[in-house]
Design a protein around this ligand. Structure first.
Ligand code: PEP
Length: 253
């Protein structure tokens, strides 16, 4: 049920300037050194749209990829003030895009809108980081699995190329709060998600599923015992090269 490759994906949210290139350089240097020790990791930094072009043109190796954090459901160009499409992200140099993040769901993204966004991004040959997860109310009502099931069914069409979709389980109550799920609970949820997707989409291998929500350099070690977790979507802590690098180092300690 595990994929050997581990993903460490940063979600910078609304953070960063051109000067933040130094953060990316430090992470890239670390990854090149770390690779020599034989660790198989995929490092992706999802940055604000204003930085995608600069960062992707400056990175010298293939070891760190640049992604975006959202896109409009309309695939190319149109009268949508302030919006950016998958075509534009691709043109700027993005290889990945986060879709379905709870920040965007709370601003109005429904399962159907997210489904259209995924379609547009797949058409542009972007890889998707698709976020799912219950809020505190649903958790307390014991609805975690049913919420996750409807988010997946509502946004992932049977025709979509599942090889291009990375799932990120992010309980909303854990994002930016310092709270993380109990290990036993998290393991159960991961097993549920993986089985659910494999069964419903008739894929041969289990999908890639990441955990996201208040991951930091101190708590990362507790997640390494859950073999079903294929990596992490890291918000606040990915805005510092030291914290991000320490997360990777401490995971393997
Ligand atoms: C996120 O916003 O995707 C996230 C996981 O945030 P944080 O790590 O800050 O909780």
């Amino acid at each position: 049920m595990t994929n050997k490759l581990k993903y460490f994906i940063g979600n910078w949210k609304m953070f960063g300037s051109f000067a933040s290139l130094r953060i990316i350089y430090r992470i890239e240097r670390f990854c090149i050194r770390f690779k020599r020790y034989g660790k198989k990791n995929k490092i992706i930094l999802c940055v604000p749209n204003t930085l995608i072009s600069l960062f992707s043109s400056k990175l010298k190796s293939q070891i760190v990829s640049i992604g975006a954090q959202n896109c409009h459901q309309h695939q190319s160009y149109g009268p949508f003030t302030g919006s950016v499409s998958a075509t534009m992200l691709k043109n700027a140099g993005a290889k990945y895009v986060i879709l379905g993040h709870s920040d965007n769901r709370s601003e109005g993204d429904t399962n159907l809108i997210i489904k259209k966004k995924i379609k547009s991004a797949l058409n542009q040959k972007l890889h998707i980081i698709f976020c799912i997860g219950e809020n505190l109310k649903d958790k307390n009502l014991g609805k975690t699995f049913s919420v996750i099931r409807s988010q997946i069914k509502g946004s992932i069409d049977k025709k979509y190329n599942l090889n291009k979709i990375i799932f990120a389980y992010e309980p909303v109550w854990s994002i930016g709060t310092g709270k993380v799920p109990k290990t036993k609970e998290l393991k159960k949820t991961f097993i549920f998600i993986k089985r659910e997707i494999k069964k419903n989409y008739k894929i041969e291998r289990f999908p890639i599923v990441l955990y996201g929500g208040s991951v930091n350099d101190s708590n990362i070690k507790i997640f390494s015992s859950i073999v079903e977790i294929d990596g992490f979507l890291i918000g606040g802590a990915s805005q510092s090269s030291k914290k991000f690098i320490d997360i990777i180092k401490n995971y393997y300690k």
